[in-house]
Design a protein around this ligand. Structure first.
Ligand code: SF4
Length: 215
């Protein structure tokens, strides 16, 4: 990455982290994926049960591989969910709601410290509010937006269409690359949650990484 781009990401990333802290979240800025992995692993006790919300970021940082090798009880890791039907996944996803630790990313993070996420099932969003003892979100600086409006636009314009493609959904955005506010049975944009402040229900940590990660 060009040094100027690195500087810009770091400057916005650190500003977002300070805003998240003002809103009651635990937050930290780290330079790269390797440090993000070390930081997240230091937050998870040995033997912990871990639930997952779908996230390309967790894969790209190398965190999934590290967890696979570690002394943890992984409830619904992506490589297990991939082999299952939607109906088969639900019981595991319910278990993941009450894991010791829940891991995912965020679709967008505003410079005033809000977290914006859209989901099909809601299993990725609920643990950001209540359920697990601790939820940890890992986000590249590409997820940072200047406003709530920009965050909502990012979710529907930047994140959702490629995520629908990644998940092999039969939705218009997979053809056009643009959101058509569809009524498809495969629609992945069924619920949007804006976390303005940390809820009382869960300890939520955000690890902001000075790289472009995920969608
Ligand atoms: S509402 Fe439908 S068309 Fe729009 S991004 Fe979501 S899945 Fe794609």
């Amino acid at each position: 990455m060009h040094p100027s781009k690195k500087w810009h990401g770091e400057t916005l990333g650190k500003a977002a982290v300070e805003a998240l802290k003002r809103n009651g979240f635990d937050a930290v800025y780290v330079e790269d994926s390797a440090t993000a992995c070390q930081t997240v692993l230091s937050m998870i006790p040995s033997g912990a049960t871990i639930g997952f919300g779908g996230s390309l970021t967790l894969e790209e940082t190398g965190l999934l591989s590290r967890l696979r090798e570690g002394d943890y009880q992984l409830i619904n890791p992506p490589w297990v969910e991939l082999s299952m039907s939607r109906e088969q996944r639900l019981p595991l996803r319910r278990q993941a709601m009450v894991a010791d630790v829940f891991l995912s990313s965020t679709n967008a993070l505003t410079l005033d410290g809000r977290l914006v996420n859209t989901d099909a099932t809601g299993n990725r969003l609920a643990p950001m509010m209540f359920g697990p003892k601790r939820t940890i979100l890992v986000a590249g600086v590409n997820k940072i937006t200047r406003s709530l409006d920009e965050a909502l636009d990012r979710v529907s314009s930047v994140a959702a269409p490629p995520n629908a493609k990644r998940l092999n959904c039969d939705t218009p955005c997979v053809t056009t690359g643009l959101c058509g506010d569809c009524r498809s049975k495969d629609r992945i944009c069924n619920v949007t949650v804006i976390l303005h402040r940390k809820t009382r229900g869960v300890d939520l940590s955000v690890v902001v990484v000075g790289e472009e990660l995920g969608l």
